[in-house]
Design a protein around this ligand. Structure first.
Ligand SMILES: Nc1nc2c(ncn2[C@@H]2O[C@H](COP(=O)(O)OP(=O)(O)OP(=O)(O)O)[C@@H](O)[C@H]2O)c(=O)[nH]1
Ligand SMILES: [Mg+2]
Length: 350
């Protein structure tokens, strides 16, 4: 899963990137950061994996990972290429004061910043859509009218109309087939969008009014970015102490990870054994054969059955043998819909 941190300049993107990834990238009040994006791969610290590790004592333990990208502010010409390949966008909004920033950029105004970025996303998609429509029109005039082209044109017209109404493409009801037709454009306003309200530590936790106002429209989470960046540099016990003091129950990283899983509709399943305990990520609704394919394409191709039991049943029974004794051990076919926390072993033959 790839999450791109975007936002207006000086909204605290790099600060939050550091908090999430434990990186030490420079944050700067004056100059804009270099234009290349920062990138970090972060392990999803799923406590279930840690527990499985204790149980199986494998040679290797592999947690699921999330890749985070941190871009330069939207107004300073960011690397849209990478933004486009993100699975989701996390939009950082400034809700902290700083004498210099207040003077150069104005007092924090989360609502206005949000509208501003929203318009940028819509505009970026509109430009792509209109350019493509012009090209299609030119092709048609030159007699290259094919059914595929006509289909594409129809979907793009729908998209253009929505964008012209100042609406995100996410708000357009498109069929899977229509989505596939335009997937190559990687429209930004079609991506899942998570808004991070980056609040000053002095006002963190006191922004319920604003959060309520925005939560009708956006998936929203509040961070005290500067504070959380400091926390990520402390020893865990020390960090715990300061977090409690601030009324932060779980770290920014953990909250964002959970949020991303929920919002994007991901679930985790596990494979276990003496060699390796590993967490895998799947979309909600995907099946045993999809899970097999995530592990290796051969497993999907030669899929016979998936041996399956749930993490909770394992913990309750205390061992795999216990799971079998409790008759919680299942053999599932190709079309079985995986549940979060399933532990599977794929039987296959090729
Ligand atoms: N008080 C406070 N200051 C913050 C917070 N987050 C960032 N800042 C300050 O805001 C300034 C900009 O922070 P960055 O993290 O570099 O912001 P950015 O969005 O990455 O900036 P560009 O990449 O240049 O667009 C720095 O001076 C930070 O110390 C916060 O949560 N609280
Ligand atoms: Mg930055």
């Amino acid at each position: 899963m790839k999450i791109g941190l975007i936002g207006l300049e000086k909204s605290g993107k790099t600060t939050i990137f550091n908090a999430l990834t434990g990186s030490e990238e420079a944050v700067n009040t004056y100059t804009s950061q270099k234009v290349e994006p920062h990138l970090a791969v972060v392990e999803v610290m799923d406590p279930r994996v840690t527990r499985l590790k204790e149980m199986y004592k494998p040679k290797k333990t592999i947690y699921a990972t999330i890749e985070f990208f941190d871009f330069a502010g939207l107004t300073s010409g960011s690397s849209m290429g990478l933004v486009k390949t993100s699975d989701a966008l996390a939009l950082v909004i400034r809700n902290f004061s700083n004498d210099i920033l207040d003077e150069t950029l104005g007092k924090p105004d989360p609502r206005a910043d949000l509208d501003n970025v929203r318009s940028e996303l819509i505009l970026s998609d509109l430009i792509i859509t209109e350019n493509r429509l012009e090209r299609i029109e030119a092709d048609c005039k030159r007699g290259k009218k094919t059914p595929e082209l006509q289909k594409e044109e129809k979907v793009l017209r729908k998209a253009a109309n929505k964008l012209n109404e100042d609406k995100l493409l996410r708000e357009l009801d498109l069929t899977d087939d229509e989505l596939k037709t335009i997937s190559g454009f990687q429209f930004l306003s079609l991506k899942p969008l998570l808004v991070i309200l980056n609040s000053d530590e002095t006002c963190y936790g006191n922004n319920q009014g604003l959060l309520d106002e925005l939560s009708g429209e956006y998936d929203l989470i509040e961070f005290a970015g500067g504070f959380e960046m400091e926390l990520s540099r402390l020893e865990p016990e020390e960090a715990e102490f300061f977090m409690q003091d601030m009324g932060i129950e779980t770290s920014a990283k953990e909250r964002l990870t959970r949020f991303a899983y929920d919002m994007l509709g991901y679930i985790s399943f596990f494979t276990v054994g003496e060699d390796e305990v590993r967490a895998w990520t799947l979309h909600k609704g995907e099946t045993a054969v999809d899970a097999a394919g995530t592990i290796h394409s051969d497993l999907a191709r030669g899929f016979i059955r998936a041996e399956c039991f749930s993490y909770d049943d394992l913990i309750e029974a205390g061992s795999e043998k216990g799971v079998k004794d409790n008759v919680h051990f299942r053999l599932e076919g190709k079309n079985y819909t995986l549940r979060d926390g399933d532990i599977i072993n794929v039987r296959f033959s090729i």
